[in-house]
Design a protein around this ligand. Structure first.
Ligand code: ISL
Ligand code: CA
Length: 556
Protein backbone atom coordinates (compact mmCIF):
# COMPACT_ATOMS: atom_id res chain seq x y z
CA UNK A 1 0.00 0.00 0.00
CA UNK A 2 1.33 3.41 -0.93
CA UNK A 3 2.19 5.66 1.99
CA UNK A 4 0.65 9.13 1.90
CA UNK A 5 0.62 12.03 4.34
CA UNK A 6 -3.16 12.19 4.14
CA UNK A 7 -3.40 8.56 5.19
CA UNK A 8 -1.18 9.10 8.21
CA UNK A 9 -2.55 12.45 9.31
CA UNK A 10 -5.22 13.07 11.92
CA UNK A 11 -7.76 15.72 10.93
CA UNK A 12 -9.25 18.28 13.31
CA UNK A 13 -12.43 19.95 12.10
CA UNK A 14 -13.05 23.59 12.96
CA UNK A 15 -16.49 25.17 12.73
CA UNK A 16 -15.27 28.77 12.80
CA UNK A 17 -18.53 30.39 13.90
CA UNK A 18 -18.35 28.46 17.17
CA UNK A 19 -14.62 28.06 17.81
CA UNK A 20 -13.28 31.34 19.25
CA UNK A 21 -14.45 34.93 18.97
CA UNK A 22 -11.56 37.41 18.96
CA UNK A 23 -13.42 40.73 18.82
CA UNK A 24 -16.44 40.40 21.07
CA UNK A 25 -19.17 40.38 18.41
CA UNK A 26 -20.30 36.94 19.58
CA UNK A 27 -19.20 35.16 16.40
CA UNK A 28 -16.12 32.97 16.17
CA UNK A 29 -13.60 34.17 13.60
CA UNK A 30 -10.24 33.59 11.92
CA UNK A 31 -8.25 35.59 14.46
CA UNK A 32 -9.86 33.44 17.13
CA UNK A 33 -8.46 30.35 15.43
CA UNK A 34 -5.04 32.00 15.20
CA UNK A 35 -5.15 32.55 18.99
CA UNK A 36 -5.69 28.83 19.50
CA UNK A 37 -3.05 27.37 17.22
CA UNK A 38 -0.93 26.32 20.20
CA UNK A 39 -3.87 24.39 21.56
CA UNK A 40 -4.41 22.61 18.27
CA UNK A 41 -0.74 21.86 17.79
CA UNK A 42 -0.45 20.50 21.31
CA UNK A 43 -3.16 17.95 20.60
CA UNK A 44 -0.93 16.52 17.90
CA UNK A 45 -3.24 16.75 14.90
CA UNK A 46 -1.78 17.23 11.42
CA UNK A 47 -4.54 18.63 9.26
CA UNK A 48 -7.29 21.15 9.82
CA UNK A 49 -10.56 21.05 7.92
CA UNK A 50 -12.11 24.48 8.07
CA UNK A 51 -15.84 24.77 7.44
CA UNK A 52 -16.78 27.45 4.87
CA UNK A 53 -15.40 30.93 5.52
CA UNK A 54 -16.38 32.50 2.20
CA UNK A 55 -18.79 35.42 1.74
CA UNK A 56 -22.26 34.26 2.56
CA UNK A 57 -25.64 35.60 3.70
CA UNK A 58 -25.56 32.68 6.16
CA UNK A 59 -28.89 31.09 5.44
CA UNK A 60 -27.09 27.78 6.08
CA UNK A 61 -24.06 29.05 8.03
CA UNK A 62 -21.71 29.55 5.12
CA UNK A 63 -22.89 26.65 2.97
CA UNK A 64 -24.68 29.28 0.87
CA UNK A 65 -21.78 31.08 -0.78
CA UNK A 66 -22.25 34.42 -2.52
CA UNK A 67 -18.58 34.97 -3.39
CA UNK A 68 -16.02 32.16 -3.53
CA UNK A 69 -13.09 34.55 -3.70
CA UNK A 70 -13.65 36.51 -0.51
CA UNK A 71 -13.89 35.93 3.23
CA UNK A 72 -17.12 36.41 5.15
CA UNK A 73 -17.03 39.77 6.96
CA UNK A 74 -17.86 38.28 10.36
CA UNK A 75 -14.90 35.92 10.08
CA UNK A 76 -12.31 38.57 9.17
CA UNK A 77 -10.31 39.46 6.08
CA UNK A 78 -8.28 37.69 3.44
CA UNK A 79 -5.17 38.96 5.27
CA UNK A 80 -6.36 37.17 8.44
CA UNK A 81 -6.90 34.01 6.44
CA UNK A 82 -3.45 34.23 4.88
CA UNK A 83 -1.92 34.74 8.30
CA UNK A 84 -3.74 31.67 9.57
CA UNK A 85 -2.50 29.54 6.69
CA UNK A 86 1.02 30.81 7.13
CA UNK A 87 1.05 30.18 10.88
CA UNK A 88 -0.36 26.68 10.49
CA UNK A 89 2.20 25.83 7.84
CA UNK A 90 5.02 27.08 10.04
CA UNK A 91 3.96 24.48 12.61
CA UNK A 92 3.66 21.79 9.98
CA UNK A 93 -0.13 21.73 10.13
CA UNK A 94 -1.98 21.47 6.84
CA UNK A 95 -5.21 23.23 5.96
CA UNK A 96 -8.04 21.87 3.87
CA UNK A 97 -10.91 24.12 2.87
CA UNK A 98 -14.57 23.35 2.33
CA UNK A 99 -15.59 23.30 -1.31
CA UNK A 100 -19.29 23.93 -1.77
CA UNK A 101 -20.12 23.64 -5.46
CA UNK A 102 -23.29 21.61 -5.69
CA UNK A 103 -25.05 24.92 -5.09
CA UNK A 104 -24.36 28.60 -4.44
CA UNK A 105 -26.27 31.26 -2.54
CA UNK A 106 -29.16 32.88 -4.41
CA UNK A 107 -27.19 36.07 -3.76
CA UNK A 108 -24.24 34.88 -5.83
CA UNK A 109 -23.81 37.09 -8.89
CA UNK A 110 -24.34 34.09 -11.20
CA UNK A 111 -27.77 33.49 -9.74
CA UNK A 112 -28.67 37.17 -9.62
CA UNK A 113 -28.05 37.20 -13.37
CA UNK A 114 -29.57 33.79 -13.99
CA UNK A 115 -32.97 34.70 -12.63
CA UNK A 116 -33.21 37.94 -14.65
CA UNK A 117 -34.34 36.44 -17.96
CA UNK A 118 -34.46 33.21 -19.91
CA UNK A 119 -31.83 34.45 -22.35
CA UNK A 120 -29.39 35.74 -19.77
CA UNK A 121 -25.90 34.25 -20.34
CA UNK A 122 -26.01 32.83 -16.80
CA UNK A 123 -29.48 31.33 -17.15
CA UNK A 124 -28.14 27.84 -17.73
CA UNK A 125 -25.78 27.99 -14.74
CA UNK A 126 -28.69 26.73 -12.64
CA UNK A 127 -31.48 24.20 -13.11
CA UNK A 128 -34.64 25.95 -14.32
CA UNK A 129 -37.85 24.21 -15.37
CA UNK A 130 -41.45 25.09 -16.13
CA UNK A 131 -44.13 24.03 -13.68
CA UNK A 132 -46.42 21.20 -14.64
CA UNK A 133 -50.11 20.53 -14.42
CA UNK A 134 -51.49 18.59 -11.51
CA UNK A 135 -53.66 15.88 -13.03
CA UNK A 136 -56.09 15.95 -10.11
CA UNK A 137 -57.10 19.60 -10.12
CA UNK A 138 -55.46 21.15 -13.18
CA UNK A 139 -53.44 23.57 -11.03
CA UNK A 140 -49.77 24.26 -11.68
CA UNK A 141 -47.32 22.36 -9.46
CA UNK A 142 -43.53 22.06 -9.21
CA UNK A 143 -41.59 20.43 -12.11
CA UNK A 144 -41.26 17.25 -10.03
CA UNK A 145 -42.10 15.94 -6.56
CA UNK A 146 -38.61 15.81 -5.09
CA UNK A 147 -38.28 16.59 -1.41
CA UNK A 148 -35.52 18.96 -0.35
CA UNK A 149 -33.04 17.92 2.37
CA UNK A 150 -34.46 20.63 4.60
CA UNK A 151 -38.26 20.03 4.29
CA UNK A 152 -40.69 20.92 1.51
CA UNK A 153 -40.25 20.94 -2.26
CA UNK A 154 -36.83 20.98 -3.90
CA UNK A 155 -38.14 23.70 -6.26
CA UNK A 156 -38.92 27.36 -5.83
CA UNK A 157 -41.09 29.40 -8.15
CA UNK A 158 -39.57 32.59 -9.50
CA UNK A 159 -42.02 35.20 -10.74
CA UNK A 160 -39.67 37.12 -13.05
CA UNK A 161 -39.51 34.35 -15.65
CA UNK A 162 -42.43 32.23 -14.48
CA UNK A 163 -40.22 29.17 -13.91
CA UNK A 164 -38.92 27.13 -11.00
CA UNK A 165 -35.30 26.58 -9.93
CA UNK A 166 -34.02 23.49 -8.16
CA UNK A 167 -32.66 23.65 -4.61
CA UNK A 168 -31.85 20.37 -2.90
CA UNK A 169 -31.11 22.32 0.28
CA UNK A 170 -32.67 25.65 1.37
CA UNK A 171 -34.53 28.02 -0.95
CA UNK A 172 -31.46 30.22 -0.80
CA UNK A 173 -29.18 27.46 -2.12
CA UNK A 174 -29.96 26.97 -5.82
CA UNK A 175 -28.26 23.93 -7.38
CA UNK A 176 -25.63 24.62 -10.01
CA UNK A 177 -26.11 23.02 -13.40
CA UNK A 178 -23.00 20.90 -13.81
CA UNK A 179 -24.12 19.86 -17.30
CA UNK A 180 -23.06 23.34 -18.36
CA UNK A 181 -19.38 23.29 -19.23
CA UNK A 182 -18.96 26.93 -18.21
CA UNK A 183 -20.06 26.09 -14.69
CA UNK A 184 -17.44 23.37 -14.45
CA UNK A 185 -14.76 25.67 -15.84
CA UNK A 186 -15.65 28.36 -13.29
CA UNK A 187 -15.46 25.82 -10.47
CA UNK A 188 -12.07 24.51 -11.62
CA UNK A 189 -10.77 28.05 -11.96
CA UNK A 190 -11.85 28.87 -8.43
CA UNK A 191 -10.34 25.67 -7.02
CA UNK A 192 -7.07 26.44 -8.77
CA UNK A 193 -7.09 29.95 -7.33
CA UNK A 194 -7.30 28.60 -3.76
CA UNK A 195 -4.75 25.86 -4.37
CA UNK A 196 -2.35 28.45 -5.72
CA UNK A 197 -2.74 30.30 -2.44
CA UNK A 198 -1.19 27.24 -0.84
CA UNK A 199 -4.01 25.25 0.71
CA UNK A 200 -3.58 21.51 1.15
CA UNK A 201 -6.84 20.22 -0.22
CA UNK A 202 -10.60 20.23 -0.09
CA UNK A 203 -13.45 18.68 1.79
CA UNK A 204 -16.07 18.61 -0.94
CA UNK A 205 -19.60 19.32 0.20
CA UNK A 206 -22.21 16.83 -1.10
CA UNK A 207 -20.05 16.35 -4.14
CA UNK A 208 -21.88 13.17 -5.19
CA UNK A 209 -25.05 15.22 -5.77
CA UNK A 210 -23.78 17.20 -8.75
CA UNK A 211 -25.17 14.84 -11.41
CA UNK A 212 -28.95 14.53 -11.58
CA UNK A 213 -30.66 11.90 -13.73
CA UNK A 214 -31.86 12.92 -17.17
CA UNK A 215 -35.37 14.26 -17.37
CA UNK A 216 -35.63 14.82 -13.61
CA UNK A 217 -38.55 12.38 -13.26
CA UNK A 218 -40.97 12.18 -10.33
CA UNK A 219 -40.08 9.73 -7.61
CA UNK A 220 -42.67 7.13 -6.52
CA UNK A 221 -45.05 8.94 -4.22
CA UNK A 222 -44.98 8.24 -0.50
CA UNK A 223 -48.60 7.88 0.61
CA UNK A 224 -50.00 11.00 2.19
CA UNK A 225 -46.93 13.10 1.34
CA UNK A 226 -46.77 15.80 -1.31
CA UNK A 227 -43.01 15.47 -1.80
CA UNK A 228 -40.87 12.35 -1.66
CA UNK A 229 -37.21 11.54 -1.17
CA UNK A 230 -35.51 11.42 -4.56
CA UNK A 231 -32.03 10.37 -3.52
CA UNK A 232 -31.81 7.73 -6.22
CA UNK A 233 -32.21 10.44 -8.83
CA UNK A 234 -29.51 12.79 -7.64
CA UNK A 235 -27.02 10.83 -5.54
CA UNK A 236 -24.11 9.24 -7.43
CA UNK A 237 -25.83 10.20 -10.69
CA UNK A 238 -24.82 9.15 -14.21
CA UNK A 239 -22.04 11.70 -14.80
CA UNK A 240 -20.57 11.97 -11.34
CA UNK A 241 -17.45 9.96 -12.10
CA UNK A 242 -16.90 11.61 -15.45
CA UNK A 243 -16.80 14.97 -13.66
CA UNK A 244 -14.61 13.71 -10.80
CA UNK A 245 -12.13 12.53 -13.41
CA UNK A 246 -12.31 15.81 -15.26
CA UNK A 247 -11.81 17.76 -12.02
CA UNK A 248 -8.88 15.56 -11.16
CA UNK A 249 -7.27 16.05 -14.54
CA UNK A 250 -7.89 19.79 -14.74
CA UNK A 251 -7.07 20.64 -11.13
CA UNK A 252 -6.34 18.06 -8.44
CA UNK A 253 -3.62 16.10 -10.21
CA UNK A 254 -1.46 19.21 -10.40
CA UNK A 255 -0.97 19.47 -6.63
CA UNK A 256 0.13 17.34 -3.67
CA UNK A 257 -3.15 17.68 -1.82
CA UNK A 258 -5.85 15.66 -0.14
CA UNK A 259 -9.49 15.45 -1.12
CA UNK A 260 -12.39 14.06 0.83
CA UNK A 261 -15.78 13.99 -0.81
CA UNK A 262 -18.86 14.16 1.34
CA UNK A 263 -20.96 11.41 -0.25
CA UNK A 264 -24.22 10.53 1.49
CA UNK A 265 -25.99 7.44 0.19
CA UNK A 266 -22.84 5.79 -1.12
CA UNK A 267 -22.09 2.04 -1.20
CA UNK A 268 -18.63 0.51 -0.74
CA UNK A 269 -18.53 -0.24 -4.48
CA UNK A 270 -19.09 3.44 -5.23
CA UNK A 271 -16.53 4.24 -2.55
CA UNK A 272 -14.05 2.09 -4.45
CA UNK A 273 -14.90 3.75 -7.75
CA UNK A 274 -14.45 7.23 -6.30
CA UNK A 275 -11.25 6.60 -4.35
CA UNK A 276 -9.24 3.78 -5.95
CA UNK A 277 -5.96 5.34 -6.91
CA UNK A 278 -5.96 4.22 -10.52
CA UNK A 279 -9.34 5.86 -11.08
CA UNK A 280 -7.89 9.31 -10.47
CA UNK A 281 -10.92 10.82 -8.79
CA UNK A 282 -10.86 11.55 -5.04
CA UNK A 283 -8.63 10.38 -2.17
CA UNK A 284 -11.40 9.40 0.24
CA UNK A 285 -15.05 10.02 0.96
CA UNK A 286 -17.30 10.50 3.95
CA UNK A 287 -19.87 7.74 3.82
CA UNK A 288 -22.87 7.94 6.13
CA UNK A 289 -23.72 4.41 7.14
CA UNK A 290 -22.78 4.73 10.80
CA UNK A 291 -24.82 7.91 11.00
CA UNK A 292 -27.93 5.89 10.20
CA UNK A 293 -27.68 3.08 12.76
CA UNK A 294 -29.76 4.83 15.41
CA UNK A 295 -32.73 6.01 13.34
CA UNK A 296 -35.47 4.74 11.06
CA UNK A 297 -36.23 6.26 7.64
CA UNK A 298 -35.67 9.82 8.78
CA UNK A 299 -32.98 10.91 11.17
CA UNK A 300 -35.46 12.32 13.68
CA UNK A 301 -37.02 8.89 14.40
CA UNK A 302 -34.34 7.55 16.66
CA UNK A 303 -33.81 4.08 18.11
CA UNK A 304 -31.13 2.33 20.17
CA UNK A 305 -28.22 1.32 17.96
CA UNK A 306 -26.83 -2.21 17.92
CA UNK A 307 -23.17 -3.13 17.93
CA UNK A 308 -23.70 -5.74 15.24
CA UNK A 309 -24.53 -2.92 12.83
CA UNK A 310 -21.32 -1.09 13.67
CA UNK A 311 -19.35 -4.30 13.17
CA UNK A 312 -21.05 -5.06 9.88
CA UNK A 313 -20.51 -1.56 8.49
CA UNK A 314 -16.88 -1.28 9.53
CA UNK A 315 -16.08 -4.70 8.10
CA UNK A 316 -17.79 -4.10 4.81
CA UNK A 317 -16.06 -0.76 4.19
CA UNK A 318 -12.63 -2.40 4.54
CA UNK A 319 -13.24 -3.54 1.00
CA UNK A 320 -12.56 -0.01 -0.21
CA UNK A 321 -9.03 -0.14 1.19
CA UNK A 322 -8.47 -3.68 -0.06
CA UNK A 323 -9.38 -2.51 -3.55
CA UNK A 324 -6.94 0.38 -3.55
CA UNK A 325 -9.08 3.19 -2.18
CA UNK A 326 -9.11 4.83 1.23
CA UNK A 327 -11.59 5.41 4.08
CA UNK A 328 -12.30 8.21 6.48
CA UNK A 329 -13.45 7.58 10.04
CA UNK A 330 -15.64 9.94 12.00
CA UNK A 331 -18.42 9.76 14.56
CA UNK A 332 -19.60 13.33 14.29
CA UNK A 333 -19.22 16.64 12.54
CA UNK A 334 -21.09 19.96 12.38
CA UNK A 335 -24.19 18.18 10.98
CA UNK A 336 -24.46 15.54 13.66
CA UNK A 337 -25.28 15.46 17.35
CA UNK A 338 -22.42 15.01 19.81
CA UNK A 339 -21.06 11.48 19.34
CA UNK A 340 -20.59 11.01 23.07
CA UNK A 341 -24.27 11.70 23.79
CA UNK A 342 -25.32 9.54 20.89
CA UNK A 343 -23.09 6.46 21.10
CA UNK A 344 -21.76 6.73 24.65
CA UNK A 345 -23.16 7.72 28.04
CA UNK A 346 -22.80 11.44 28.68
CA UNK A 347 -24.12 11.19 32.25
CA UNK A 348 -22.74 8.19 34.12
CA UNK A 349 -19.67 7.43 32.05
CA UNK A 350 -18.85 10.62 30.22
CA UNK A 351 -15.09 10.34 30.39
CA UNK A 352 -14.94 6.59 29.93
CA UNK A 353 -17.26 6.51 26.96
CA UNK A 354 -15.67 9.55 25.28
CA UNK A 355 -12.30 7.80 25.49
CA UNK A 356 -13.83 4.57 24.27
CA UNK A 357 -15.21 6.29 21.17
CA UNK A 358 -11.88 8.00 20.61
CA UNK A 359 -10.15 4.62 20.69
CA UNK A 360 -12.56 3.36 18.06
CA UNK A 361 -12.16 6.30 15.64
CA UNK A 362 -8.39 6.42 15.96
CA UNK A 363 -7.64 2.73 15.49
CA UNK A 364 -9.56 1.93 12.34
CA UNK A 365 -7.88 1.79 8.94
CA UNK A 366 -8.54 5.12 7.23
CA UNK A 367 -8.00 8.77 8.12
CA UNK A 368 -9.52 9.81 11.47
CA UNK A 369 -11.48 13.05 11.96
CA UNK A 370 -11.97 14.80 15.29
CA UNK A 371 -14.60 17.52 15.55
CA UNK A 372 -13.93 20.52 17.79
CA UNK A 373 -14.99 19.81 21.37
CA UNK A 374 -15.01 16.07 20.85
CA UNK A 375 -11.52 16.00 22.39
CA UNK A 376 -12.85 17.38 25.68
CA UNK A 377 -16.05 15.34 25.73
CA UNK A 378 -18.58 18.05 24.93
CA UNK A 379 -22.19 16.86 25.09
CA UNK A 380 -25.56 17.54 23.46
CA UNK A 381 -27.53 20.59 24.52
CA UNK A 382 -31.29 20.75 25.11
CA UNK A 383 -32.62 24.26 24.61
CA UNK A 384 -36.15 24.58 25.93
CA UNK A 385 -37.38 27.01 23.31
CA UNK A 386 -37.27 26.53 19.57
CA UNK A 387 -36.22 30.20 19.30
CA UNK A 388 -32.86 29.28 20.77
CA UNK A 389 -32.14 27.00 17.81
CA UNK A 390 -30.38 28.64 14.86
CA UNK A 391 -30.00 25.77 12.41
CA UNK A 392 -32.22 26.08 9.34
CA UNK A 393 -32.79 22.33 9.12
CA UNK A 394 -33.99 22.21 12.73
CA UNK A 395 -36.24 25.24 12.38
CA UNK A 396 -37.79 24.01 9.12
CA UNK A 397 -38.43 20.62 10.66
CA UNK A 398 -40.10 22.16 13.69
CA UNK A 399 -42.31 24.38 11.55
CA UNK A 400 -43.32 21.54 9.27
CA UNK A 401 -44.14 19.15 12.09
CA UNK A 402 -45.71 21.52 14.60
CA UNK A 403 -47.52 23.98 12.33
CA UNK A 404 -48.27 22.03 9.14
CA UNK A 405 -48.66 18.51 10.48
CA UNK A 406 -49.96 19.49 13.94
CA UNK A 407 -47.62 17.06 15.69
CA UNK A 408 -47.14 17.19 19.43
CA UNK A 409 -44.71 19.98 20.26
CA UNK A 410 -43.03 18.16 23.16
CA UNK A 411 -42.39 15.13 21.01
CA UNK A 412 -40.76 17.25 18.31
CA UNK A 413 -38.62 19.16 20.83
CA UNK A 414 -37.44 15.85 22.22
CA UNK A 415 -36.34 14.74 18.77
CA UNK A 416 -34.59 18.07 18.27
CA UNK A 417 -32.76 17.68 21.56
CA UNK A 418 -31.42 14.37 20.34
CA UNK A 419 -30.67 15.05 16.71
CA UNK A 420 -30.43 18.78 15.95
CA UNK A 421 -27.29 19.93 14.19
CA UNK A 422 -27.04 22.70 16.78
CA UNK A 423 -25.94 20.08 19.30
CA UNK A 424 -22.50 20.27 17.73
CA UNK A 425 -22.66 23.99 16.97
CA UNK A 426 -22.78 25.44 20.47
CA UNK A 427 -19.54 27.32 21.18
CA UNK A 428 -16.31 25.63 22.10
CA UNK A 429 -15.93 25.53 25.87
CA UNK A 430 -12.56 27.02 26.74
CA UNK A 431 -12.96 27.69 30.47
CA UNK A 432 -15.59 28.20 33.18
CA UNK A 433 -15.80 31.99 32.96
CA UNK A 434 -18.86 33.69 31.47
CA UNK A 435 -19.55 32.41 27.94
CA UNK A 436 -16.92 29.71 28.46
CA UNK A 437 -14.17 32.04 27.26
CA UNK A 438 -15.63 31.83 23.77
CA UNK A 439 -16.66 35.47 23.56
CA UNK A 440 -16.80 38.62 25.67
CA UNK A 441 -20.00 39.63 23.88
CA UNK A 442 -23.35 37.99 23.17
CA UNK A 443 -22.80 34.61 21.64
CA UNK A 444 -24.62 34.04 18.31
CA UNK A 445 -26.06 30.85 19.76
CA UNK A 446 -26.49 30.03 23.44
CA UNK A 447 -23.77 28.09 25.16
CA UNK A 448 -24.19 24.63 26.52
CA UNK A 449 -24.48 25.20 30.30
CA UNK A 450 -22.18 22.22 30.81
CA UNK A 451 -19.18 24.50 30.29
CA UNK A 452 -18.78 25.02 34.02
CA UNK A 453 -17.56 21.46 34.25
CA UNK A 454 -16.60 20.51 30.70
CA UNK A 455 -13.95 22.85 29.35
CA UNK A 456 -10.48 22.98 27.88
CA UNK A 457 -8.88 24.51 30.94
CA UNK A 458 -9.97 21.59 33.13
CA UNK A 459 -8.85 19.05 30.59
CA UNK A 460 -5.42 20.55 30.11
CA UNK A 461 -4.79 20.42 33.87
CA UNK A 462 -5.88 16.83 34.32
CA UNK A 463 -3.41 14.14 33.34
CA UNK A 464 -6.30 11.67 32.89
CA UNK A 465 -8.56 13.95 30.89
CA UNK A 466 -10.23 13.10 27.63
CA UNK A 467 -8.00 15.62 25.88
CA UNK A 468 -4.84 13.98 27.19
CA UNK A 469 -6.17 10.58 26.20
CA UNK A 470 -6.69 11.82 22.63
CA UNK A 471 -3.19 13.18 22.68
CA UNK A 472 -1.78 9.82 23.74
CA UNK A 473 -3.86 7.98 21.18
CA UNK A 474 -2.64 10.21 18.37
CA UNK A 475 0.90 9.54 19.45
CA UNK A 476 0.29 5.78 19.62
CA UNK A 477 -1.20 5.92 16.14
CA UNK A 478 1.92 7.59 14.80
CA UNK A 479 4.26 5.15 16.50
CA UNK A 480 2.40 2.06 15.36
CA UNK A 481 1.93 2.04 11.63
CA UNK A 482 -0.25 -1.08 11.91
CA UNK A 483 -2.97 1.32 12.99
CA UNK A 484 -2.69 3.15 9.69
CA UNK A 485 -1.73 0.59 7.09
CA UNK A 486 -2.64 -2.64 8.86
CA UNK A 487 -5.17 -5.14 7.62
CA UNK A 488 -8.37 -5.20 9.67
CA UNK A 489 -9.17 -8.61 11.15
CA UNK A 490 -12.24 -8.82 13.31
CA UNK A 491 -12.28 -11.32 16.17
CA UNK A 492 -15.10 -12.46 18.48
CA UNK A 493 -17.47 -11.49 15.70
CA UNK A 494 -20.58 -12.82 17.45
CA UNK A 495 -20.12 -10.79 20.64
CA UNK A 496 -22.92 -8.21 20.78
CA UNK A 497 -21.34 -5.98 23.41
CA UNK A 498 -17.63 -6.00 22.75
CA UNK A 499 -15.89 -5.14 19.54
CA UNK A 500 -12.40 -6.50 19.04
CA UNK A 501 -10.08 -6.48 16.09
CA UNK A 502 -6.50 -6.96 15.09
CA UNK A 503 -4.57 -4.70 12.76
CA UNK A 504 -1.82 -6.59 11.05
CA UNK A 505 1.06 -5.25 9.05
CA UNK A 506 3.97 -7.45 8.00
CA UNK A 507 3.41 -9.90 10.88
CA UNK A 508 3.26 -7.14 13.43
CA UNK A 509 -0.07 -6.90 15.21
CA UNK A 510 -2.11 -4.51 17.31
CA UNK A 511 -5.16 -5.72 19.19
CA UNK A 512 -8.03 -3.37 20.01
CA UNK A 513 -10.76 -4.32 22.47
CA UNK A 514 -13.76 -2.08 23.02
CA UNK A 515 -16.72 -2.53 25.33
CA UNK A 516 -19.39 -0.42 23.65
CA UNK A 517 -21.87 -0.44 26.55
CA UNK A 518 -22.26 0.34 30.23
CA UNK A 519 -22.11 -3.18 31.67
CA UNK A 520 -19.21 -5.30 32.79
CA UNK A 521 -18.24 -7.86 30.19
CA UNK A 522 -15.84 -10.73 30.10
CA UNK A 523 -13.53 -11.54 27.27
CA UNK A 524 -10.90 -14.21 27.09
CA UNK A 525 -7.67 -12.82 25.66
CA UNK A 526 -5.41 -15.44 27.20
CA UNK A 527 -4.34 -16.76 23.83
CA UNK A 528 -2.44 -13.57 23.08
CA UNK A 529 0.94 -12.67 24.45
CA UNK A 530 0.62 -8.93 24.61
CA UNK A 531 1.64 -5.57 26.01
CA UNK A 532 -0.93 -2.93 26.95
CA UNK A 533 -0.35 0.36 25.12
CA UNK A 534 -3.29 2.28 26.52
CA UNK A 535 -6.60 1.85 28.31
CA UNK A 536 -9.26 4.23 29.53
CA UNK A 537 -9.16 2.63 32.99
CA UNK A 538 -6.24 2.72 35.34
CA UNK A 539 -6.20 -0.89 36.35
CA UNK A 540 -7.19 -3.21 33.59
CA UNK A 541 -8.05 -6.75 34.66
CA UNK A 542 -7.23 -9.59 32.36
CA UNK A 543 -10.67 -10.98 31.55
CA UNK A 544 -13.09 -8.37 32.83
CA UNK A 545 -13.98 -5.32 30.84
CA UNK A 546 -15.50 -2.46 32.80
CA UNK A 547 -18.26 -0.23 31.36
CA UNK A 548 -17.06 1.35 28.12
CA UNK A 549 -13.59 0.00 28.68
CA UNK A 550 -11.25 0.23 25.70
CA UNK A 551 -7.74 -1.16 25.37
CA UNK A 552 -5.04 -1.24 22.78
CA UNK A 553 -2.39 -3.98 22.95
CA UNK A 554 0.70 -4.69 21.00
CA UNK A 555 0.84 -8.40 20.30
CA UNK A 556 4.26 -9.92 20.85
O1 ISL B 1 -27.24 17.53 7.97
C1 ISL B 1 -27.67 16.51 7.52
C2 ISL B 1 -28.60 15.73 8.29
O2 ISL B 1 -28.92 16.42 9.42
C3 ISL B 1 -27.28 16.00 6.23
O3 ISL B 1 -28.35 15.49 5.54
C4 ISL B 1 -26.60 17.10 5.45
O4 ISL B 1 -27.54 17.99 4.99
C5 ISL B 1 -25.88 16.51 4.30
O5 ISL B 1 -24.93 15.67 4.84
C6 ISL B 1 -25.16 17.58 3.52
O6 ISL B 1 -24.38 18.37 4.35
C7 ISL B 1 -23.59 19.37 3.80
O7 ISL B 1 -24.29 20.18 2.88
C8 ISL B 1 -25.33 20.98 3.40
C9 ISL B 1 -24.94 21.73 4.67
O8 ISL B 1 -26.09 22.25 5.28
C10 ISL B 1 -24.20 20.86 5.64
O9 ISL B 1 -23.77 21.62 6.75
C11 ISL B 1 -23.06 20.26 4.90
O10 ISL B 1 -22.19 19.53 5.71
C12 ISL B 1 -25.69 21.95 2.31
O11 ISL B 1 -24.56 22.60 1.86
CA1 CA C 1 -15.90 37.74 16.04
Amino acid sequence: MKEKWWKEGVVYQIYPRSFKDSNGDGIGDLRGIIEKIDYIENLGVDIIWLNPVYKSPNDDNGYDISDYYNIMDEFGTMADWEELLDKLHKRGIKLIMDLVVNHTSDEHKWFVESRKSKDNPYRDYYIWRKGKENKEDGKEIEPNNWLSFFSGSAWKYDKTTDEYFMHLFTKKQPDLNWENENVRKEVYKMMTWWLDKGIDGFRMDVINLISKVDGLPDVPKVKGEKYSWGGDYFMNGPKVEEWFKEMNKEVLSKYDIMTVGECPGTTPQEGINFTAEENRELNMIFQFELMGIDSEIVKWNTKQFELKDIKRIIKKWQLVIEKGGWNSNYLMNHDQPRALSRFGDDKNYRKESAKMLATFTLTLPGTPYIYQGEEIGMVNVAFEKIDDYKDVETINYYNEMVFDKKENKEKIMKQIHQMSRDNSRTPMQWDDTENAGFTTGNSWIKLNPSYKEINVENDLKDENSIYNYYKKLIKIRKENKELIYGKYIEINVENEKVMSYILEKENSKILVVINFFGDNETLDLKGYEKELLISNYENSLEVELKPYEARIYKIK
